[in-house]
Each structure stands twice: as structure tokens, then as C-alpha cells.
Ligand binder design. Structure first.
Ligand code: BF8
Ligand code: SF4
Length: 634
């Protein structure tokens, strides 16, 4: 169809036909309307850091080859790049800070709607960060751990951030200290970076990039603590079976989509909805059906088996089915267009966070002290709205796929333990050493409307599977696989090479699971990339090497957000080859582009691979794995 270039997803294609029929412009139309893009912006040499700008660099034109202040292309590109990282780190770590504050409040005896669900994990974290637990109550430990986490945001001395220090290899700790990128304070490093990149400050691109990496490690710190403390509050994910894609929206149910990132509200909405099924029935529905979009969806998928409606690029299309009664959003990756689209339907868009409002939508401010009450009010509004659904506008989608997800690191290790209880991680490293597996790939990140929705995600993963790569996924990448049926045992049969198939089937046969293992292990939301790094750290320690020597690669096939830039940057610092399926705006400076794609490897072992073509991207990832195996003499 004419929408083949927009998306590989059959449900999305059908909804785009509908959008065209009713004349609604979607993100796909707006992406087209933005073409052609400005080359200054594309290559990163447009500077708007001060009001004299925008200054645009024309390399060969004397006078125009520098900004008005005299900033060179390399200064401008470096500044622009690290400011993305600062934006991403702010978003992730603020999310982590909210979770840490909630744990603190639970420990102090308020925040009555929350509790410590996984006290074993709390004790494990306390031990890892060196806090005494003996003779202390769970609440006391919660206060101590949360306070330690909050210290990571605002430390004024030079002690390292605890969640970096306590989760990486000895080799990485030394590397981060030697290169002065070990952060002491998340917020402090972000503020310093904004200062450093102010007009008339740092002009040295290498110095700027190192500070960018320090902030990126702050991002990592915020994600690690967000994952740890979310598990403490809501439970550590275990394997769960559910469904994904627009077909999960049920015409006979009140459909509530949770969208955004922070589980503080979405998890409570999910729990509260279970108790309100009767109210929905009284309104004529069969019950309440929850589904998720973006990472808050991944959070409730992992912990509560909630279905996935769709991922970032196609979020508008969920409303377009005419079946969504309420879409409840918290923070990040929420298209403001949802509101105007909802006007054509009965759907209510409900914002919940003071820093994320959309004009014209309903705002139910989320209040940690009254979370269940907020959730109840939201669900009631959805039930009321359900009654006003317009049958004429409904376009039922049949398309959905089975999903096996919920693979926290703890869950993966437990599964490996069914083969080797004494040393679970060795199950993976031995398979790599034996040549059964080529290595591990982490698929992460967003959708990017510059390419065909979900295509890079799906095609790269299929080819990696055929080449016997063990795959884990997070974020909208995980959702792309969920939507396309790749998080299933059936996908193992269809796509895995002989080594990967033998590996997964061997473990499936031993592990005590309700279902066989899927082709790709969905580890959770974007902040849960922390889980994948902890897997990497375990592998490095087991192999007796540092992380840059582990056959492990990462790919963001369709990255979009500032958060994705931050994650990519700290993965590079961890020593990982990071493929991105877009060309980042670093090409305007050969120096900066060379640093991020090549020289970084000499310093950290990791580097960016920028490749938009999925076949070539896969080849480069496989080559990076092969180089590492060869060095390990596998
Ligand atoms: O935090 S993958 S589009 S939802 S930024 Fe956003 Fe990107 Fe999706 Fe998850 Ni992550
Ligand atoms: Fe132009 Fe320099 Fe101002 Fe940037 S900081 S807009 S290059 S004058």
C-alpha cells in the first residue's frame, strides 16, 4: 500500500488508511512535511546557544566558517551533542528521583498507597551499596537506601555516585576515575555541563565530550537506581505472558491506555482497575482492559502482564481505533498531537504530572499521598467516557501477537540456574566460549520517523537471530518485537540459527516455566537498560576481562530522544560498540565525528556505529562481535 514506506506494522498501516480517509494528519504526514531538512541542523553546525544566533557554519566561506563569537564547527557540534545528553540525563534521573522519594516516604511511614513489595531486593541493594541491615526494620533500610540514592543527585564533594560505583567492573571504575568522568552528583554534573557549554566558555571539543560522558554516567546512575527502587516498590519482574499490538484494544471493554514512563501512577492505575471491574460492568462493559504505550507500558507489562497497545511512532493510531476511552499520560515521549486527535473521537487525554501538561486535556494531578484516589478518579472518568463511544468511528483491529516478557536480570539468572545452579551466568558465557552463541546484543531505544517504523528493529533482530546472537531488548525496541511476534517461542523456531535454537531449547527444557523461552528477552523500560548493563558486568567478571572485551554489542535501530543519546553515550563509556540507525548531527565536525565513531574506542573500548541501512548495520554489529570473540581466542 502507499503506507509501506511508513511502517512495517500491518495494524499501523490499516490505521493510516483510516487516518487518510478521515483527513487526520499523523506524525507520518508531519515527518514528510518537514522535508527537506536544513543541512546545518542535520550536521550539527547550527548554534543557538546565545541570542546572536542562529550562527550557521559554512566551512569554506571566510567569516562564516566560525560563529559570531568565533566558535569553530567542532565546538558547536560538541556543545550541541552533549546538551542532548544533559536533556536525556535530566529526564531519566528525575524519574529515578521520584521513585527514590516515594521509597523514602514509604520508609518514613507515609505515602500510604505504596509499600515495599520486594524486601529481598531492598536488602540486596543495601548490601551492595555497603549499608548495614542487621537489626534494622525494612522501613529503616528503605529510608537508608533511598537517602543514599538521593545523595547521588546533589553530592557536593568528589566521592563517586554510589549507583555507578557499586554496579560496574573494577576495570570500568578505574577507567572512569582515570578519565575524570566518574560523576559525584547527577544534578551537579548536568548543571556544570550547561555552564561549560554557555557562550564564551569551553571551546575544547574533547573536554566538552568528556563532560558529556560524565553526565551520561549520571544518566546511568539515575537509571540503575530507578530500576532498583521500582523493583523494591512494585516487585522485580518475572516471566509473564500477554499480547501486543492494536488488536489488544477490546470493543467490549473500557479501554484505558497508560502512556509515558513513570510507574508511580501507572502501576497504581493497573492495581486499582482490578478492583473497579464491577463499576465498568455496571456501565455496560465487560470490564476494564488496560494496555500500555511507551515505557510506562513496559513497566506494567513487566510487572503485571499488561498488554502493549503500540510504541512511540504509532501512539496516535491507538486513538484512531475509536476504542480508547482514556489515555493516561505521565512524562516523556507523549505527542502533544494526542489531544487534537482525541477531539475527533470520544477519547479523554488525561495528564497527571505538573511538568507535563497539554492544553485542552484533562489534568488530574498525581499526588503520591493519594495515589489510589487519583487512579480511581481517572478510571471513573474512563468508564463515563466509555458510555459515549461512537460506534460509527470504531475500527476494530484484529492484529495482535503473543508476548513472553518480564525478564529482569534476576529472572534470567534464575532461568540459567536451572542448567547450572552454582554459576548461572556461566551458562551464557560458556555457550559463547563454545561458539554456540556469537555473543549478546542489546536492542534499545525508540522509533524515529525519519525511517520506516519498526523496520530496522525487526530486520536487524531477525538477522542477528539467524547468526546465533543472544538478544535482550528494552524500551520501544522491546515493544517493536512484542508487536511483531518476536517475543515468542514460535519466533525461535522461525528465526533462530542452529546455535541459538539449541541454546534456548536446552534451557526451555530444563527451566520450570509456563512457556518456552522467546527469541528475544524483553528486560523492561528504557531505565531498565541498567539491567542489561548488569548482565554485561556479570559476563565480564565471569570471563575474567573488562567490559570492552566481552562479545556484547548494543543497537538503537531507530533512536529519537535525548535519552537515547545519553544511553548510547554511557554504553560507549562501558566499552560497547553502539549501533544507531540514524546519522547523528555530528558530521559537521570531522573531529567530533571521528572522536565518537573511532577515537572513543582507543579510550573506552566503545564507539558509535552510525548506519541507517539495516543489512549493513547488522553486518557491522556482527563484525564487532567477531572481533571481540577473536580477541578472546574463542
Ligand atoms: O524511554 S524508547 S520513544 S518510550 S525514549 Fe521514548 Fe524512546 Fe520509546 Fe521509553 Ni525510551
Ligand atoms: Fe553564535 Fe557563538 Fe552565540 Fe553560538 S554562542 S549563537 S556560535 S555567537
Amino acid at each position: 500500500s502507499e503506507f509501506e514506506k511508513c511502517t512495517v506494522d500491518p495494524a499501523a498501516r490499516e490505521m493510516l488508511v483510516k487516518a487518510k480517509k478521515i483527513g487526520f494528519l499523523t506524525s507520518f504526514d508531519r515527518a514528510k512535511a518537514q522535508e527537506p531538512r536544513c543541512n546545518f541542523g542535520n550536521s550539527g553546525i547550527c548554534c543557538r546557544i546565545c541570542l546572536q544566533g542562529p550562527c550557521r557554519i559554512i566551512p569554506k566561506k571566510l567569516g562564516a566558517n566560525k560563529g559570531i563569537c568565533g566558535a569553530s564547527d567542532y565546538t558547536i557540534v560538541a556543545r550541541n551533542t552533549v546538551r542532548y545528553i544533559a536533556g536525556g540525563a535530566s529526564a531519566h534521573s528525575d524519574h529515578g528521583r521520584h521513585i527514590a522519594t516515594a521509597v523514602l516516604h514509604v520508609g518514613e511511614g507515609h505515602a500510604k498507597d505504596y509499600k515495599i513489595t520486594d524486601s529481598a531486593k531492598l536488602l540486596k541493594v543495601a548490601k551492595r551499596i555497603g549499608l548495614p541491615t542487621e537489626g534494622k526494620s525494612i522501613n529503616e533500610v528503605a529510608v537508608a537506601v533511598a537517602s543514599e540514592a538521593l545523595k547521588d543527585f546533589g553530592r557536593q564533594d568528589t566521592a563517586p555516585c554510589t549507583w555507578v560505583e557499586s554496579t560496574v567492573t573494577e576495570g570500568r571504575k578505574k577507567k572512569f576515575k582515570d578519565t575524570t568522568i566518574m560523576p559525584s552528583s547527577i544534578n551537579g554534573s548536568i548543571a556544570e555541563l550547561l555552564h561549560q557549554t554557555h557562550i564564551g566558555n569551553d571551546a575544547d571539543p574533547v573536554n566538552i565530550i568528556f563532560s558529556g560522558l560524565r553526565v551520561a554516567l549520571g544518566d546511568y546512575d539515575g537509571m540503575q537506581l530507578a530500576t532498583d527502587l521500582s523493583d523494591v516498590l512494585f516487585g522485580t519482574p518475572t516471566p509473564t505472558v500477554t499480547e501486543a499490538n492494536l488488536g489488544v484494544l477490546d470493543p467490549e471493554m473500557v479501554n484505558i491506555c497508560v502512556h509515558g514512563h513513570n510507574p508511580l501512577l501507572s502501576q497504581v492505575v493497573v492495581d486499582t482497575a482490578r478492583e473497579m471491574q464491577e463499576e465498568a460492568k455496571a456501565a455496560g462493559a465487560k470490564g476494564i482492559k488496560l494496555s500500555g504505550i511507551c515505557c510506562t507500558g513496559n513497566e506494567v507489562l513487566s510487572r503485571a502482564g499488561v498488554a502493549i497497545a503500540t510504541n512511540f511512532a504509532t501512539q496516535e493510531l491507538a486513538i484512531m481505533t475509536g476504542l480508547v476511552d482514556a489515555i493516561v499520560v505521565d512524562v516523556q515521549c507523549i505527542m502533544p498531537s494526542l489531544r487534537s486527535l482525541s477531539e475527533c473521537f470520544h477519547t479523554k487525554v488525561i495528564t497527571t504530572m505538573p511538568i507535563s501538561k497539554i492544553p485542552g486535556s484533562y489534568h488530574y494531578e498525581f499526588d503520591e499521598e493519594n495515589a489510589v484516589e487519583s487512579a480511581r478518579a481517572i478510571i471513573r472518568l474512563a468508564i463515563e467516557t466509555y458510555k459515549r463511544r461512537d460506534p460509527e468511528k470504531i475500527e476494530r483491529q484484529e492484529y495482535k501477537n503473543k508476548v513472553v516478557a518480564g525478564f529482569s536480570l534476576e529472572a534470567i539468572l534464575e532461568i540459567f540456574a536451572s542448567v547450572n545452579p552454582d554459576n548461572p551466568i556461566s551458562v551464557l558465557t560458556e555457550a559463547i566460549k563454545a561458539g554456540e552463541l556469537k555473543g549478546v546484543a542489546l536492542f534499545a531505544g525508540c522509533n524515529n520517523l525519519k525511517g520506516t517504523h519498526n523496520q530496522n528493529h525487526v530486520e536487524i533482530a531477525k538477522k542477528m537471530a539467524a547468526n546465533d546472537v543472544f538478544m535482550v531488548a528494552t524500551g520501544c525496541a522491546g515493544q517493536a518485537y512484542a508487536m511483531s511476534g518476536l517475543l515468542t517461542p514460535e519466533a525461535v523456531e522461525a528465526y533462530a540459527g542452529p546455535g541459538l535454537k539449541a541454546f534456548l531449547n536446552r534451557i526451555s527444557a530444563k527451566a520450570d516455566l509456563k512457556t518456552a523461552l522467546p527469541l528475544i528477552f524483553h528486560m523492561g523500560s528504557c531505565v531498565d537498560n541498567s539491567r542489561a548493563t548488569s548482565l554485561l558486568t556479570l559476563m565480564a567478571n565471569e570471563l575474567g576481562v573488562d567490559t570492552p572485551d566481552v562479545p556484547f554489542v548494543a543497537s538503537a535501530p531507530e533512536p529519537m530522544s535525548e535519552k537515547a543519546v545519553a544511553i548510547g553515550a554511557w554504553n560507549v563509556a562501558m566499552g560497547i560498540p553502539v549501533h544507531i540507525g540514524v546519522i547523528a548531527p555530528t558530521t559537521g565536525s570531522d573531529l567530533v565525528h571521528g572522536v565518537v565513531t573511532q577515537i572513543a574506542k582507543d579510550v573506552f573500548g566503545g564507539y558509535f556505529i552510525m548506519e541507517t541501512d539495516y543489512a549493513k548495520g547488522t553486518d557491522k554489529l556482527l563484525a564487532a562481535l567477531e572481533e571481540r570473540s577473536w580477541k578472546l581466542r574463542i
